[in-house]
Every structure is written in structure tokens, then in C-alpha cells.
Design a protein around this ligand. Structure first.
Ligand code: NDP
Length: 245
């Protein structure tokens, strides 16, 4: 049997771009071996790994679609088989398919729920089972201001992201006694590909701080929640949104 790798390990879903890439960097700086999950963009994932290595951190890329339970199961069995010290899981991968609810197709509803919420189940259940066996770990999931405010045109996304909050609070109470913490970060509008061509001047008007956030501003909060500095924090939602309420 091959010896397991005992480096402290963090899995970041959707780690190849945007907020996920910034989270990989922050946790890499904290000495984690980073498993960069992504769905399809090999080039972006390889770039994230290169950035990590240039910053004296290390990790590997891991392509699987979190919405596909078989694909995810296979990939995670391999990871759990190779790494003995998975300390952190960040559920960051997410998609949008916006539109007013009365015009929303079943496909738009299902794809967002399947990736953003079922994807959480597909990844978190086996990793949490592993953490429970070892009685340690931290899970952070990326929700959204949309879950708390209910943004127009995002009924599917608001439902999925609010679901992440409910399920995280429930799971936090199930595993708290084992020393495993489960928290949520709810970003506001952050400068990534996800914002697409939304007019920045218009959206700035919706934000009290009058600017969109940077991926690093979210990633630093995730890093804090994963660290021992947050050792008595579980079942919480921290908003990072420039004052949008
Ligand atoms: P991006 O669109 O920039 O990046 C999304 C990442 O998720 C990519 O790495 C992508 O991989 C990956 N991904 C998407 N679907 C899957 C899947 N099915 N399986 C595996 N990986 C997948 O998003 P952001 O960085 O902006 O967002 C990150 C998280 O933050 C999301 O959950 C989002 O909902 C949330 N958020 C973002 C906000 C913002 O303003 N940007 C605001 C509030 C919350 P690939 O490129 O290979 O497809």
C-alpha cells in the first residue's frame, strides 16, 4: 500500500478562478497543500497552481464536476485515499442562470440548484465523514448577499445560496462536539468573471462603500474562519459586502 501524504490539506471547489483562486492563495500562505477543484477550464487551474508555487506553496489541480455525483465520488475517493490530513474544505464553486422567476425555465432552476446546493452535498458528505473519523476540520461555504436580500432575477440562486446557510447551520450543530466547525461567508458584489458585463457604475450605486469587492477581501475572511483564530466560531454567516443589507 502506498503511504498516505500527511501534509495538512485544503480542498477548494471552483478554485481555478475568481474568489476560489484567491482562497487557494490565502490558504497556501497558511501552509496548506491545496487541492484546486474546477469543472472545465484546465488553463485557469494550471495558472492557479503556478501562482501558488511562485508563492512558495504547493498543491495540485483536480478536475471534476461537483454537480455530478458519480464523478465527484470517484475524485474524492482518490483524494481521501491519498491524503491523511484533510483539514479544510471550502465549498466555493457556483454558477448563476439569472432571469425573472415567471420566465425561469426548469433547466435554469435545476442547473443552479444542482451545482450550488446538490454540489455541496456531493462534496461535503464524504469529506465531512472523513473529518468526523479524525475529529477535526473546518468547512466554509460561499453563499451570497443574494441569499439574505433576495435579489431580483435570482430566485434560483437565492434559493440555493440560502439553502447553503440552512444546511451549514444544521451540520454545524451535528459536528460541533467533535471539534469540527462549519461556517458560511456571504459575499456581496465581487470583481470576478461572474459579474460579467454588469455596468459597474450602476452596481456601485447599490453598495454603501460605493465599490465592488476584491476576491482577496473574501478570501481573507475564509482564511480566518479556517484558522485557529476562529476556534470558537461555528454555524455562523459572515457577510463581506461593503455594507449591502
Ligand atoms: P467564477 O465564475 O469566477 O468562478 C467559478 C469557479 O467555479 C470556477 O473555478 C469554475 O470552474 C468553478 N465551477 C463552476 N461550476 C462547477 C462545477 N459544477 N464543478 C466544479 N467547479 C465548478 O465565480 P466567482 O469566483 O465569482 O464565485 C465564487 C463563489 O462565490 C460562487 O459560489 C459564487 O456564487 C459566489 N459569489 C460570487 C459573487 C460575485 O460577485 N462574484 C457574489 C456572491 C457570491 P471552471 O472555470 O472550470 O468552470
Amino acid at each position: 500500500m502506498t503511504k498516505k501524504i500527511d501534509a495538512k490539506t485544503a480542498i477548494i471547489t471552483g478554485g481555478s478562478r475568481g474568489i476560489g483562486r484567491a482562497i487557494c492563495n490565502e490558504l497556501g500562505r497558511d501552509g496548506y497543500y491545496i487541492i484546486i477543484n474546477y469543472r472545465s477550464d484546465d488553463k485557469a487551474a494550471a495558472e492557479t497552481l503556478e501562482i501558488l508555487r511562485n508563492n512558495k506553496a504547493d498543491g495540485e489541480t483536480c478536475r471534476f464536476d461537483i454537480s455530478n455525483s458519480e464523478d465527484t465520488k470517484r475524485a474524492l475517493e482518490d483524494i481521501i485515499g491519498r491524503f491523511s490530513n484533510i483539514e479544510v474544505l471550502v465549498n466555493n464553486a457556483g454558477i448563476t442562470a439569472d432571469g425573472l422567476f415567471i420566465f425561469m425555465t426548469e433547466d435554469e432552476w435545476d442547473s443552479v440548484i444542482t451545482t450550488n446546493l446538490k454540489g455541496f452535498y456531493n462534496v461535503t458528505r464524504p469529506i465531512l465523514e472523513n473529518m468526523v473519523k479524525r475529529k477535526q476540520g473546518a468547512v466554509v461555504s460561499i453563499s451570497s448577499v443574494s441569499a439574505l436580500m433576495g435579489h431580483r432575477g435570482q430566485a434560483n440562486y437565492s434559493a440555493a445560496k440560502a439553502g447553503l446557510i440552512g444546511t451549514s447551520r444544521a451540520i454545524a450543530s451535528e459536528v460541533a462536539r467533535l471539534g469540527i466547525r462549519v461556517n458560511v461567508v456571504a459575499p456581496g458584489l465581487i470583481e470576478t468573471d461572474m459579474l460579467g458585463d454588469l455596468p459597474r457604475d450602476f452596481i456601485k450605486g447599490m453598495i454603501p462603500m460605493a465599490r465592488v469587492g476584491k476576491p482577496e477581501e473574501v478570501a481573507r475572511v475564509v482564511r480566518f474562519l479556517c484558522s485557529q483564530d476562529a476556534s470558537y466560531i461555528t454555524g455562523q454567516v459572515i457577510s463581506v459586502n461593503g455594507g449591502m443589507h
